[in-house]
Design a protein around this ligand. Structure first.
Ligand SMILES: Cc1cc2nc3c(=O)[nH]c(=O)nc-3n(C[C@H](O)[C@H](O)[C@H](O)COP(=O)(O)OP(=O)(O)OC[C@H]3O[C@@H](n4cnc5c(N)ncnc54)[C@H](O)[C@@H]3O)c2cc1C
Length: 322
C-alpha cells in the first residue's frame, strides 16, 4: 500500500528496488531491522532485470538460471515475504541531512525520515544526446534499456534494421532482444580494434549473424522523421553511408546519481558516483550506497545483489552500535 504517512519514520529507507536494493532490504530484515521501506519510481520493483527477458540471472542467488523477469519476481516475493514494505510509483526527489527524504507519488509529495538510507538507484546508458553524434532527432534511436522495456514490457518494436553501436556485455544482451523481437541489425560498430568484452560478444555478433565492424565509428544519423541511414567512418578516415532504420546505442554506463549530485553528499567529479568508504558509507554517515550506482565498470545483477547484502550487514551493525 502506497501510504507514505504511515512511514513518516522508518529504520532504513532503500532508494531503488533493483537487485542491490532488494537484496539489502531482505538482509536488513534478516538482521532484525524492523521498519525497512524500499522506494521505486516504477510500477513494479525488480530494477533492470524486469525487462531483460533472457537468462542468465539468479545463478549465485538462487542456484538456478532464470530470465530477468522471473528473477525480479522472485526477489520481490522474497522481500515482501520477509516483511519489507515496497512503495511503488514513488520517486525520491531529494536527500536531506538528518536522513529526511522528499518523495513524490500519485498521492502527492511526502516526507520521510529514516535512521539510515541506502542509495541503490543503479546506472543508465549514456543517451544519444551526450554521445556527440550529429544529425537530426529522427524516430528510431534508443539504447538497450529502452529497447528492452519496449519489447518485453510494452510489446513494441522501435525498428527492424538498426545499426548497433558498442560491443560491451550489454550489447550482447541487446542482440538477444533483437533476435527475440525479430529485429535484424545491419551491423555492430566498435571504435577500437577489438570488442570491449572479449567473450561472449566477439562470438555473439557471429552467432547472431551481425557483421562486426571494428575501428569504425558513427559520424551522423540521417533521416527527417525516421532514421534512414547512418554515416560511418573507419580509422583511415574512409566514410560511407549505411542504410538502416534505427540506431541502437549500447553500453557506456553512467551512474544514476542525479539525486546524490543534487544533495549534500560528496560526489566523485570524474565518475559521477557518490564517494563511499569500504563499507559503502557516504560522506554523510546516515547514507550508504550499493549496486551499480557505485560500480565502474558496471557489474552483473548477481554482484550487485551480493554487495547489497554486505552493505546491509554494515548498516545493521551500525544501527546496533548506535
Ligand atoms: C540493458 C541491460 C541488460 C543487462 N543484462 C544483464 C544480464 O543478462 N545478466 C546480468 O546478470 N546482468 C545484466 N545486466 C546488469 C544488471 O541488470 C544490473 O547490474 C543490475 O540490475 C543492477 O542492480 P541495481 O540494483 O544496482 O540497479 P537497477 O537494477 O538499475 O535498479 C535501480 C532501481 O532504482 C530505481 N530508482 C532510480 N532512481 C530512483 C528514485 N529517485 N526514486 C525511486 N526509485 C529510483 C529504478 O526505478 C530501478 O528500479 C544488464 C543491464 C542492462 C542495463
Amino acid at each position: 500500500m502506497n501510504d507514505i504517512r504511515k512511514y513518516d519514520m522508518c529504520d532504513v529507507a532503500v532508494i531503488g528496488g533493483g537487485p542491490a536494493g532488494l537484496a539489502a532490504a531482505i538482509e536488513l530484515k534478516k538482521n532484525g531491522i524492523e521498519k525497512v521501506v524500499v522506494f521505486d519510481r516504477e510500477a513494479e520493483a525488480g530494477g533492470i532485470p524486469r525487462h531483460c527477458g533472457h537468462p542468465p540471472f539468479g545463478i549465485c542467488e538462487y542456484k538456478r538460471v532464470l530470465t530477468g523477469p522471473a528473477y525480479a519476481r522472485r526477489m520481490v516475493k522474497t522481500a515482501t515475504d520477509a516483511g519489507v514494505t515496497i512503495l511503488l510509483k514513488t520517486t525520491v526527489t531529494s536527500l536531506g541531512s538528518e536522513g529526511v527524504l522528499s518523495t513524490i507519488s500519485s498521492d502527492g509529495p511526502g516526507k520521510l525520515q529514516a535512521k539510515r538510507i541506502l542509495l541503490a538507484t543503479g546506472t543508465r546508458e549514456i543517451p544519444r544526446s551526450a554521445r556527440m553524434v550529429s544529425g537530426q532527432r529522427a524516430l528510431g534511436i534508443c539504447n538497450t534499456g529502452t529497447l528492452q522495456s519496449m519489447v518485453y514490457l510494452k510489446n513494441r518494436i522501435p525498428f527492424r534494421r538498426p545499426v548497433v553501436v558498442g560491443t560491451e556485455i550489454v550489447s550482447f544482451s541487446a542482440l538477444f532482444t533483437c533476435r527475440k523481437a525479430g529485429i535484424k541489425p545491419v551491423a555492430m560498430l566498435e571504435e577500437e580494434s577489438h570488442t570491449a568484452v572479449r567473450w561472449p560478444i566477439n562470438y555473439g555478433a557471429k552467432l547472431f549473424r551481425v557483421p562486426l565492424l571494428l575501428q569504425t565509428h558513427i559520424v551522423s544519423i540521417n533521416g527527417h522523421d525516421r532514421v534512414e541511414s547512418v554515416r560511418i567512418c573507419d580509422t583511415n578516415g574512409n566514410e560511407k553511408e549505411m542504410s538502416c532504420d534505427g540506431v541502437l546505442f549500447t553500453g557506456q554506463f553512467t551512474p544514476e546519481s542525479s539525486l546524490a549530485r543534487m544533495s549534500h553528499l560528496q560526489i566523485n567529479q570524474i565518475t559521477g558516483e557518490p564517494i563511499v568508504d569500504q563499507h559503502g558509507r557516504c560522506s554523510d554517515p546516515n547514507y550508504y550506497a550499493a549496486g551499480n550506482i557505485v560500480f565502474k565498470p558496471v557489474k552483473v545483477a548477481g554482484k550487485c545483489w551480493k554487495v547489497g547484502r554486505t552493505t546491509a550487514r554494515w548498516i545493521a551493525k551500525d544501527l546496533a552500535e548506535r
